[in-house]
Design a protein around this ligand. Structure first.
Ligand SMILES: Cc1cc2nc3c(=O)[nH]c(=O)nc-3n(C[C@H](O)[C@H](O)[C@H](O)COP(=O)(O)OP(=O)(O)OC[C@H]3O[C@@H](n4cnc5c(N)ncnc54)[C@H](O)[C@@H]3O)c2cc1C
Length: 431
């Protein structure tokens, strides 16, 4: 058993792994540019969806296992809210329809999803949910409600995990001392050099820098950074009282929104069908391009495309018209690491001694926070099952892949950041 592990990146994969390693008695150092929740983490957010519908049975199983953690683990239970999720999918989008139907079939196969309800048209939805009583859902639009889904208070969950790891003796390093810049081989061992020039070494090094992992490790086009846009509105105390028990409303075409955050009354709106790339010169091959994140905290005018302001308003106007008058604020682009098959990459890096990656989240890894570390440690100690080793292996991708071709994504536009006409925000942050 190696004595020491260095984790680079304290997001979902990094912190979950740190906890598992510490509980197993390893010595762990974890570095990041920022203290959790880092503004560079895809999970630095009010909330994320926790659901178990997957088209791939092994991920359904994994999500069901993770949900046990959300419901019962003392660390995660306080940062979980099983508010349910209402899903509406355009009938013309057969790919997404199939994706959702198969997800539910898999749940049933595993003995779950028994409480899912189906609604037909807007009246049916209005009669079940007071929050949507003014909705403009068409009479031919069908929807389904799974009460056994919920949300994780995303930023808060990273915080509690970080505090627990600190209690268990993890050495954390942040700032320029923790910002990984390059890999260096010293006496045959893989070391990480940070922006301030510090050199970190350990028996094993795990790079878990999310969409930014490709900056440090040449991932051979296995992943591509995709920017997703979120925006917010702030409810009045009266509106909060009325909408506080809202289920997550997930419209596969128009976007989705969450119940208001209980502390701030802020309601997050996500525009998921679309995304964006940020194509830059590949740091590992200057004749090549690669999409890497351009982080909002360093580029505050990266809000959302002007055209998305209307999209966000239309989403609210369709389901909760009484809230659509609100000003949108704190709009930002957040980065996920797409892979061709939406499988994560959890494997040893070929050609390096003791170097591993846990990345390629493909926009669906947050829900696994309570358990993914167990599987990553299994990869580090060589005990990961054959099934997961195969799914999460280092793959040879020929050429570039196109994230818009993922079957589950309802795409209308996928611009590069360089061509976006950004929405101007004229009010100060309400966060
Ligand atoms: C808008 C949006 C909505 C989403 N919704 C959901 C959802 O509903 N359900 C769900 O399950 N998932 C969702 N996700 C995906 C989920 O957030 C990600 O899958 C998850 O956060 C990925 O975890 P990670 O550890 O790979 O990366 P991250 O959480 O992004 O963490 C990466 C860490 O690496 C650090 N880092 C980066 N560069 C460096 C460097 N050079 N040196 C040191 N540290 C560095 C960062 O600071 C960060 O802390 C969503 C993502 C987005 C963007």
């Amino acid at each position: 058993m190696p004595k020491s592990v260095l984790i680079v990146g304290c997001g979902v994969f990094g912190l979950s792994t740190a906890l598992e390693l510490l509980e197993q008695g390893y010595t762990v150092t974890a570095i990041d540019r920022y203290k959790p929740p880092s503004p560079w983490s895809a999970a630095c957010d009010y909330n994320k969806i926790i659901r178990a519908e997957y088209t791939d049975l092994k991920y359904s199983r994994l999500a069901i296992e993770a949900m046990q953690g959300w419901r019962h683990h003392p660390l995660f239970k306080p940062v979980y809210n099983e508010c349910g999720r209402l899903m509406i999918t355009p009938s013309y989008h057969t790919g997404r329809q199939k994706f959702e139907a198969l997800g539910i079939r898999n749940l049933h196969f595993l003995g779950e999803g028994k409480k899912i309800e189906y609604f037909h048209g807007g009246f049916d939805v209005a009669s079940h949910f007071k929050h949507f009583r003014e909705n403009h859902i068409q009479s031919n639009e069908n929807s389904k409600f799974n009460p056994e889904s919920g949300l994780g208070h995303a930023g808060d969950s990273l915080k509690v995990l970080y505090e627990r790891c600190k209690e268990l003796g993890c050495e954390f390093v942040f700032g320029e001392d923790g910002e990984a810049k390059e890999l260096k081989i010293v006496e045959g061992r893989t070391c990480v050099v940070t922006k301030s020039g510090l050199v970190f070494k350990a028996d094993q090094v795990l790079v878990a820098m999310g969409a930014n992992s490709g900056k440090l490790v040449d991932l051979n086009h296995q992943q591509s950074a995709t920017g997703l846009f979120v925006t917010h509105i702030k409810l009045t105390p009266e509106e909060h009282e009325f909408y506080k028990d809202l289920p997550i409303l997930f419209d596969a075409e128009m976007g989705y929104f969450f119940p208001p955050d209980p502390r701030t009354r802020i309601l997050k709106v996500a525009l998921p069908g679309s995304g964006a790339s940020n194509n830059v010169i590949n740091p590992h091959d200057t004749s090549d391009i690669l999409s890497l994140p351009r982080f909002h905290n360093l580029n505050p005018t990266d809000t959302m495309p002007k055209s998305f302001v209307k999209k966000a308003k239309l989403l609210l106007a369709k389901y909760v018209p009484n809230l659509s008058y609100h000003e949108l604020f704190d709009s930002k682009v957040c980065w996920i690491a797409d892979t061709q098959d939406s499988d994560f990459i959890i494997d040893k890096v070929p050609g390096f001694n003791g170097l591993y990656v846990a990345t390629g989240d493909s926009g669906h890894a947050y829900k696994f926070l309570p358990i993914i570390g167990k599987y990553i440690v299994q990869r580090l100690d060589g005990s990961l099952s054959r099934e997961w080793s195969k799914a999460w292996r280092w793959k040879n991708v020929s050429g570039e892949f196109d994230p818009t071709q993922c079957e589950w994504r309802v795409v209308d536009d996928f611009p590069d950041l360089s061509s976006i006409d950004w929405a101007l925000e004229n009010s100060k942050s309400k966060l």
